[in-house]
Design a protein around this ligand. Structure first.
Ligand code: ZN
Length: 501
């Protein structure tokens, strides 16, 4: 080991989130409205006594607080400057604040110091003039964590703060901050940074770091960041160091997927397609493959849930698919799949997946639970939606004058399902012909969800003997499985396949 100082010691490694922490308003990503307001206020010399910054974690609240501290205390390179929206970064005040060692800028984390004594200690110094800066600035992070007494102690100071004092509060949960405190602050809501802005920001940083990253890999990181600059930077950092140690150059999608434990997006689409078409075997195969390649079963189901949400969204607002930050795969495959699924099918899938996620979390074997959920989904996908069933029944009721037995339905699917179960005597329930019984391989594909002729009525229908929805057994099943519809129950009587109708 070499004892003499080497060049590396002069530039210690810094994580991206720290290294690229914004130090001016201009560097703050995606908060233009707030920056504009603050800039105007500084120019007009209309500074509030207290600010409260709110927004999700990692979005730049504490960074903003520090920039405000610098902006108000900057004296410029020549030492004669006043408050400015563009702190110079070189004066004594700017440097000391950047290095977290300014005696007049006090930062406190309310999450660890919630008591009244803590806050008293902090604000005791309020009456003393700042030592070297223009303003004494109190930055209180996670301010909502303060106890009621601590808030009361703070309030007294907030009501009549000396001229030389400014407060900057930051919180992720603004609703927990008492109104009495809120009403004395100028409030800024920091927004989740949109995908496009984030992607551009991360791409610029990757370039500065000399790292190459593919567009799709960048998109994954941006998506996972979920609007948070800091979270995204941590992921980018991880990806860059990962490729630096074992990669050859470009960070590609597969690497990021591996890092995030995600399944390949196109295959997630494929999985959902198979399931919605009722093709259980290929779906399970695909799930097995993804699992072997390291995808987390929970992440796979979350992916399906996300796609379901996306499909529903573009069904409601078709233009959503044309937003510039939507990757091609989401747009093209999304539109294709969406056009083949009914709204009811999407809603049902969403509910079942949501419930399934919980099961995967609780199951001793998450992959087994995921398989079961796919099987369940595939089975339900073959069934008509409740409204299709009701339409079928209404039609049946209308045709009840006709002799049903005289014309057996074409293609041979038996149209009556027997509900046995715990009922003392079997109850015969007429099922709409869109649901064949049993689901034989050679039966005409009735899938109302994944085919284009969704829900088209077949020419023949049997007489409706009883309203299935009114049957106590059916009611019981539906209460047990809130996400299910009448037709789900059809899965139960598979054992009486041979029964004559
Ligand atoms: Zn300065």
């Amino acid at each position: 080991m070499n004892e003499t100082p080497s060049p590396e010691t002069t530039a210690p490694y810094q994580v991206f989130a720290r290294k690229y922490r914004p130090s001016t308003f201009a560097e703050l990503v995606g908060q233009d409205a707030m920056v504009q307001t603050l800039t105007n206020a500084i120019h007009a010399d209309r500074l509030a006594q207290a600010y409260i910054l709110t927004g999700v974690r990692g979005i730049g609240k504490t960074s903003t607080a520090r920039i405000i501290a610098r902006a108000l205390n900057c004296i410029g390179a020549d030492g004669n400057g006043g408050p400015t929206p563009d702190p110079c970064g070189v004066c004594a005040n700017c440097l000391a604040i950047a290095e977290d060692r300014h005696v007049d800028v006090l930062e406190m984390d309310a999450a660890s110091r919630t008591g009244v004594d803590d806050i008293r200690e902090v604000i005791d110094g309020v009456r003393y003039r700042p030592t070297s800066a223009r303003f004494k600035i109190y930055i209180i992070d996670e301010v909502h964590m303060l106890s009621r007494h601590a808030f009361n102690a703070l309030l007294k100071t907030l009501e009549e703060p000396p001229e030389h004092v400014k407060f900057v509060f930051a919180t992720t949960e603004i609703r927990k901050v008492p109104v009495t405190v809120l009403s004395r602050c100028q409030r800024f809501d920091l927004r989740r940074v949109d995908m496009e802005t984030l992607a551009a920001h991360f791409a610029a940083i990757a370039e500065k770091e000399g790292a190459k990253i593919s567009q799709s890999a960048l998109h994954l990181i941006t998506r996972a960041a979920d609007g948070s600059v800091r979270d995204g930077l941590s992921l980018l950092d991880q990806a860059v160091s990962h490729t630096a140690t074992e990669g050859d150059g470009e960070i590609d999608e597969a690497e990021v997927r591996g890092m995030l434990g995600l399944a390949d997006r196109s295959r997630s689409f494929m999985l959902l397609e198979s399931v919605m078409a009722g093709d259980v075997a290929p779906a399970l195969d695909l799930l097995g493959q993804l699992y072997k390649e390291g995808a987390d079963p929970l992440a796979i189901l979350e992916d399906l849930l996300e796609i379901t949400h996306w499909l529903t969204r573009i069904k409601v607002v078709a233009a959503a698919a044309d937003a510039p930050d939507v990757p091609e795969i989401e747009r093209v495959r999304g539109k294709d799949l969406e056009s083949r699924l009914s709204m009811a099918a999407l809603a049902r899938t969403w509910q079942m997946l949501l419930k399934g996620l919980q099961e995967v979390r609780q199951a001793p074997s998450p992959i087994q639970a995921a398989e079961m959920i796919l099987v369940r989904l595939a089975h339900t996908a073959e069934l008509p939606t409740p409204e299709e069933a009701i339409r079928g029944m209404q039609r049946d009721a209308g045709q009840s004058g006709a002799k049903p037995s005289a014309a057996p339905p074409p293609g041979g699917p038996t149209t009556e399902a027997r509900l046995t179960g715990t009922a003392s005597s079997p109850v015969v329930v007429a099922m709409p012909e869109t649901a064949p019984e049993p689901p034989l391989e050679d039966a005409p594909n009735p899938v109302p969800t994944a085919s284009n002729d969704a829900g088209k009525p077949a020419p023949n229908s049997p007489k409706l003997k009883t309203d299935p929805a009114k049957h106590p057994l059916v009611k019981a099943v539906m209460e047990t499985f809130p996400g299910s519809s009448i037709e789900d129950i059809r899965v139960a009587p598979d054992s009486d396949e041979g029964d004559p109708a």
